[in-house]
Design a protein around this ligand. Structure first.
Ligand code: NAP
Length: 431
């Protein structure tokens, strides 16, 4: 018996895990639609260019994409080219996997000044994401402030600290590498509003900061010798590891390091100063009373020409989706009958790439329970709709052309030289 027709919106990790799980449970035709001509979402545009091992997960997604029942339709934007309503009319099942791609805004005076960027924009810029290749952030500054104590903040300070030699085996675009190389950056400040115990970055990522060729990590507070408080065994182990790593930074050879990465804790941003562009940022010292963050009234200021906020994300609004509190309204992945959500749009921007696997399983189980056979013809109607609207979709084979072209153009040991505009991608595929 033919299973329900399924369309998944978004081809990042959550979309691909959902496709994989559904295809194992049901004999369904599954279409994955993405607004970009290329698949893999955050893997291509979000995971840092020097974290190629993490990007290798796309090999598994490629296996999923090559299953007979699965089709990729790139270059189709849901909410603009085709509506959610239209998809719900022609498919038995619609799965939303569009993630959280909009930066949370730092709600303080001056945050709209030139020179202040959100991490989605900045990471997109150094990853050659077509939306951000023209960002042109001003790196002509000695001091850079990155706000947030998560893994995205760590990624940003690491990419800004590495030498071009350390980036050789990355797929950072030439314009971003040149801009970072030419920049006079001397001091990077990674600023957390709470302390090292509460920081969200993980230990593997933190440890990398101790192995940088030209950058010295410096911790600007006394670190606790003993962890006090009520922590689960796992949390205790992870926090202690981070504290150990932060302490170990003081033993690093200081010679020959031109850049300094300052870990500033207990500093809450309160105002960004500047006329036409950012000149400095003010912080208020904080302290924790239990879990409550309290301001002490003590103000400090850092002169800087570039500020990047890495303080989390929210989903992009798409007509037909109800977003509340940064996630789509859903109950364990179910929005409505035949309408489901997976990944960051379902549960917020947390966890690692593999966390999305469980989301895929969850939704595949729900679909399996609620739908047994096909009522709507899905793909056939989508192709008709695409033709009637004169849209120009890319297929997975088109992506493979782009992929080969990028790999063939890379200078060893770089894994690829990314094509930077949608126009060039479509030209290459003769679309
Ligand atoms: P995150 O881990 O949630 O960290 C966000 C940081 O922003 C926190 O330190 C938070 O502080 C701070 N923050 C939030 N609002 C703020 C405000 N108004 N002022 C000052 N600070 C504020 O988010 P993320 O770094 O964007 O990462 C998203 C997810 O992707 C995470 O699960 C992360 O582990 C994952 N990721 C993983 C990797 C990797 O594995 N290598 C790489 C990148 C991302 P509070 O804690 O005080 O709220």
């Amino acid at each position: 018996m033919k299973g329900p027709s399924v369309v998944i919106i978004g081809s990042g990790p959550s979309g691909f895990y959902a496709a994989g799980s559904i295809s194992k449970k049901l004999d369904s035709d599954i279409d994955i639609v993405d607004r970009l001509p290329t698949p893999f979402g955050l893997i291509r545009g979000g995971v840092a260019p020097d974290h190629q091992t993490t990007k290798k997960i796309s090999v598994a997604y490629t296996k999923t994409a090559k299953k007979k029942q699965i089709n990729f339709f790139g270059n189709i934007e849901i909410g603009k080219d085709v509506s959610i309503e239209e998809l719900r009319e022609i498919y038995d099942v619609v799965v939303i996997a569009t993630g959280s791609e909009i930066d949370n805004k730092l709600e303080i005076n001056g945050s709209n000044l030139k020179g202040v960027y959100g991490s989605a924009e900045f990471v997109g810029w150094y990853n050659g994401h077509p939306d951000y290749v023209n960002l042109e952030p001003n790196l002509n500054t000695e001091n850079v402030v990155v706000i947030g104590n998560g893994n995205v903040a760590i990624d940003i300070v690491r990419v800004l600290s590495k030498t071009s030699k350390e980036m050789l085996d990355s797929d950072i675009p030439e314009y971003a590498l040149n801009s970072i190389n030419k920049s006079p950056i001397k001091n990077l400040y990674m600023v957390g509003r709470r302390g090292p115990i509460e920081a969200k970055f993980t230990n593997v990522e933190l440890r990398e900061m101790g192995n940088l060729k030209n950058c010295l990590p410096i911790v600007n507070i006394d670190l606790p010798n003993k962890l006090e408080g009520d922590y689960s065994e796992r949390d205790q182990r992870l926090i202690e590891k981070n504290l150990e790593t932060l302490k170990s930074f003081s033993l690093i050879e200081k010679e020959n390091k031109e850049k300094k990465l300052n870990f500033n804790f207990f500093q809450k941003p309160i105002e960004i100063i500047g006329n036409d562009k950012v000149e400095s940022i003010k912080f208020e010292k904080t302290k924790l009373e239990g879990t409550k963050l309290k301001s002490t009234g003590e103000v400090t200021e850092i002169n800087c020409g570039l500020i990047i906020t890495a303080i989390g994300y929210k989903p992009k609004e798409i007509p037909g989706l109800k977003i509340t509190g940064g996630v789509i309204e859903n109950e364990n992945g179910r929005i409505d009958t035949g309408f489901y959500a997976v990944g960051w749009i379902r549960r917020g921007p947390t966890g690692v790439i593999g966390t999305n696997k469980a989301d895929g399983e969850l939704v595949a189980d729900l679909i399996n329970k609620e739908f047994k056979n096909q009522n709507k013809d899905g793909r056939k109607s989508l192709i008709k709709l695409i033709k009637s609207k004169n849209l120009k979709p890319t297929s997975f084979e088109d992506w493979e052309k782009i992929d080969s072209y990028e790999k063939n153009n890379a200078i060893d040991p770089a894994p690829r030289k990314k094509i930077l505009t949608i126009k060039e991608m479509l030209n290459l595929c003769k679309i």
